[in-house]
Design a binder for this molecule. Structure first.
Ligand SMILES: Cc1cc2nc3c(=O)[nH]c(=O)nc-3n(C[C@H](O)[C@H](O)[C@H](O)COP(=O)(O)O)c2cc1C
Length: 144
């Protein structure tokens, strides 16, 4: 049974709704799933999972500060220990588009993680179609 970790940040709840749908999708694929806000996640969470899915809103064209903080706090404890581990990303944005997801993808790549599934993005509040995509993302990452 795959161990899937979901790490996200959300202030007004849009990325949080996506995270919940990713969680539901992973559970439906029989994974053991852990859903954590970035502020509460640490290196051991990432070291202990088979696949990680990270979600961020677009704040000023970048991932949320709390997501960056997760990488900053845990970098030395994770570097070299997660090479090739599959990751995927999702997030909500305003009119600025998917820059935050692209920035988050770069952080994941820099750490040595390997992108396994296409990202899912929502314009502000996720539609039911986007939430379906999020469920699909969760289930695909559980069945790698
Ligand atoms: C501090 C802040 C900065 C933001 N900057 C951008 C931005 O540069 N580009 C953009 O497209 N949306 C921006 N937004 C809009 C958010 O990405 C959007 O409202 C998103 O749905 C918030 O997700 P959340 O509910 O998960 O926090 C910003 C929102 C906040 C609160």
């Amino acid at each position: 049974m795959a161990k899937v970790l979901i790490i996200y940040h959300s202030q007004s709840g849009n990325t949080g709704k996506m995270a919940q749908a990713v969680y539901d999708g992973a559970l439906s694929a029989d994974a053991t799933v852990s859903l954590k806000k970035a502020a509460d996640a640490n290196a051991d969470d990432l070291l202990g999972c088979d696949a990680v899915i990270m979600g961020t809103p677009n704040y000023f064209g970048y991932e949320a500060g709390m997501i960056k903080d997760f990488f900053d706090r845990n970098f030395f404890a994770m570097k070299g220990k997660v090479d090739g581990k599959p990751y995927a990303t999702f997030g909500s944005h305003g009119n600025g588009g998917v820059k935050a997801i692209e920035s988050l993808n770069k952080l994941c790549d820099n750490l040595g993680l390997k992108k396994a599934v296409e990202s899912v993005a929502a314009l502000r509040e996720p539609s039911s179609e986007v939430l379906n995509e999020c469920r699909g993302l969760g289930s695909k990452m559980s069945l790698l």
